[in-house]
Design a binder for this molecule. Structure first.
Ligand code: FAD
Ligand code: DLZ
Ligand code: SF4
Length: 516
């Protein structure tokens, strides 16, 4: 307990597992002499979904190391381990226990990134003060002001304001290079022989080793491989991941952002989302590092702009939407999709190479990149009419970077159109042709991407038309989808009937838990 006696503790400062930065607002104005920091590994947080074991191991390791760092810089820390016999299993329970042990008069926490916990703290019998999370560049109030009165909340306009606000890639009020967005340059498939850089690996140290033993015994049933575990687990290591990305991957980040190759799990992606989301890295420092690389001639503008857009654009916008829309947002189901999540998502067999690649690497790494999430696993669930809430729970569980504030708008809004179009102006659906263009998956698939009907027809081809046909009332007049509906209408009636019949048969197979 850092040597404090009962009478000395004035305030308890609760630091959550995704708030691991000394600049966190709860510590702002705190007093090393009289305040006690509380951190707790609890059953409720480790099991509100079936988290991937790597995600739990990452969180607990990073929490333990951050607690040690705080202690080393003079803070008193009460750290409750998962297997402490006195552990109540919940954060409010641990707050109450700490209060009664210390007699402190006040509890402070930075606002959690999930309504579930915000409500738990608001409903707590002891008053808990929530402070704004200043790691983000935009407050709830600023996002509400931006959103107010707008007909549509598209990210692009928000992003331009963020560029002006931060001054990133700005020159006398104008975007550097004369354009805000260079995405048009960013859809290339890597030529043969071009290899993504290998990521950095961090061998387990003593702290991580102990956590791995705990997670291995307590969460053995959860979907996902615990070993090998090589995540960064402290700030120093996370900064190395950022530097490594800037030096080796950023120069090609833009061009190949959407590409997918068998056996290449990480491509040219940054691999920093878990570190940003728990506080080991801060968003502006990542953007400034990329901007520096551009000005020093180490990375092209399209790559640097693309990376900065993901962080000050998408990441901030997505969080703004989560808090603006309120706790019911995650229950959205605008397309009335009710199919249960196919077993292949939890590692069941599938004959679809793209799905087995994306899900297989998710199981091994707790990672898949954006296009694998959006255009493979998300696209398939949307085409197949999976209940978006089931899919939301899956994404929240299986990725090391998954926290509801960022996962839910990406899943419910961007990927599943279950919010009725708040985030996306049209659903992100594609047939197999897009997957074939952006990956090498189709070459070794059981199905044929060129086959539109018949036994070997790519399931994405069949379900794509089924989706458009069954949602004609909603999307038939959407100008951005007019081409798709025109193409469908040009097909012969016989062909359309066959496609719909075969798609129905495929969906029935999924419902009977047959291998698809
Ligand atoms: P890069 O592709 O290299 O991008 C750099 C950074 O930009 C990321 O680290 C991330 O912080 C930010 N970023 C990029 N795209 C987004 C986005 N759409 N929303 C918010 N931030 C973004 N991201 C999460 O951090 N947590 C999630 O739980 C999560 N769930 C997702 C679920 C679905 C269905 C989809 C389609 C996307 C989801 N994303 C989520 C967004 C994105 O896929 C991940 O941020 C990205 O894959 C993380 O890998 P990276 O660090 O290599 O990112
Ligand atoms: C993700 C996670 C896990 C697995 N475990 C803990 C924990 O034991 N203690 C804790 O304080 N936080 C944990 N977290 C992170 C929280 O779930 C996160 O703070 C909330 O979801 C709010 O974003
Ligand atoms: Fe996926 Fe279809 Fe290509 Fe197979 S053929 S990998 S199912 S897109």
């Amino acid at each position: 307990m850092g040597g404090k006696t009962r009478a000395m503790v004035e305030r308890i400062i609760l630091v959550l597992g995704d708030q691991l930065n000394e600049q966190i607002s709860s510590l702002d104005g705190a007093d090393r002499a009289t305040d006690l920091i509380l951190m707790a590994e609890v059953r409720d947080e480790a099991s509100y979904v079936l988290h991937h074991p790597k995600k739990i191991a990452f969180t607990f390791s990073a929490m333990r190391k951050f607690a040690a760092q705080l202690q080393a810089s003079g803070w008193s820390v009460r750290y409750v381990r998962y297997d402490d016999p006195a552990n109540t299993g919940s954060l409010p329970g641990e707050v109450s226990r700490a209060l009664s042990d210390t007699g402190a008069a006040q509890v402070i926490v930075t606002e959690p990134g999930e309504w579930r916990l915000i409500h738990a703290f608001q409903d707590s019998p002891v008053p808990i003060t929530l402070k704004d999370d200043t790691r983000f560049l935009v407050s709830h109030h600023d996002f509400e002001s931006w959103a107010q009165g707008r007909k549509s909340l598209r990210m692009e306009y928000f992003y331009r304001e963020m560029r002006r606000k931060t001054g990133l890639l700005m020159d006398q009020g104008q975007p550097v290079g004369g354009q805000w967005n260079f995405d048009a340059d960013n859809r290339k498939k890597p030529p043969k022989g071009v290899q993504p850089p290998p990521p950095l690996y961090f061998p387990a140290d003593g702290v991580v080793g102990e956590v791995l033993e705990l997670v291995g015994s307590e969460f053995a049933e959860n979907f996902g491989a615990l070993h090998p575990f090589d995540f960064a687990t402290d700030r120093e290591q996370a900064l190395k991941v950022l530097d490594h990305f800037i030096e080796h991957a950023l120069p090609s980040y833009g061009y190949y952002q959407d590409a997918m190759l068998i056996g290449e799990n990480f491509m040219w992606h940054a691999l920093i989302a878990p570190y940003l989301n728990v506080g080991l890295l801060l968003p502006l420092e990542a953007c400034r590092a990329a901007e520096r690389a551009y000005y020093q001639g180490q990375a092209p503008l399209n790559a640097v702009e693309g990376f900065i857009r993901q962080i000050i654009g998408w990441r901030e916008y997505i969080r703004g939407i989560y808090f603006l829309q309120g706790p019911d947002y995650v229950t959205g189901n605008a397309l009335n999709h009710e199919r249960k999540l196919p077993a292949m998502y939890w590692g069941g067999p599938t004959k679809m190479r793209c799905m087995s690649e994306a899900i297989g690497q998710t199981r091994e790494m707790a990672y898949a990149h954006h296009i694998q999430r959006l255009m493979i696993t998300g696209n398939f669930a949307l085409l197949a009419g999976v209940d978006p809430h089931h899919l939301h729970e899956w994404y929240l569980a299986v990725y090391a970077d998954a926290y509801e504030w960022v996962e839910a708008p990406n899943t419910i809004g961007m990927s599943q159109f279950a919010d009725g179009g708040i985030i996306a102006s049209k659903p992100y659906v594609s047939s197999g042709a897009y997957i074939n263009r952006m990956s090498d998956y189709c070459k070794s698939c059981h199905y044929k991407v060129s086959a539109k009907t018949g036994e070997s027809a790519c399931p994405f081809n069949l379900l794509y038309w089924h989706f458009l046909d069954r949602h004609r009332n909603r999307f038939g007049n959407n100008p951005r989808m007019a081409n798709m509906y025109r193409t469908w209408a040009r097909l012969s009636e016989d062909h359309r009937i066959t496609v719909l019949r075969e798609a129905d048969a495929l969906l029935a197979s999924l419902d009977r838990s047959e291998v698809v």
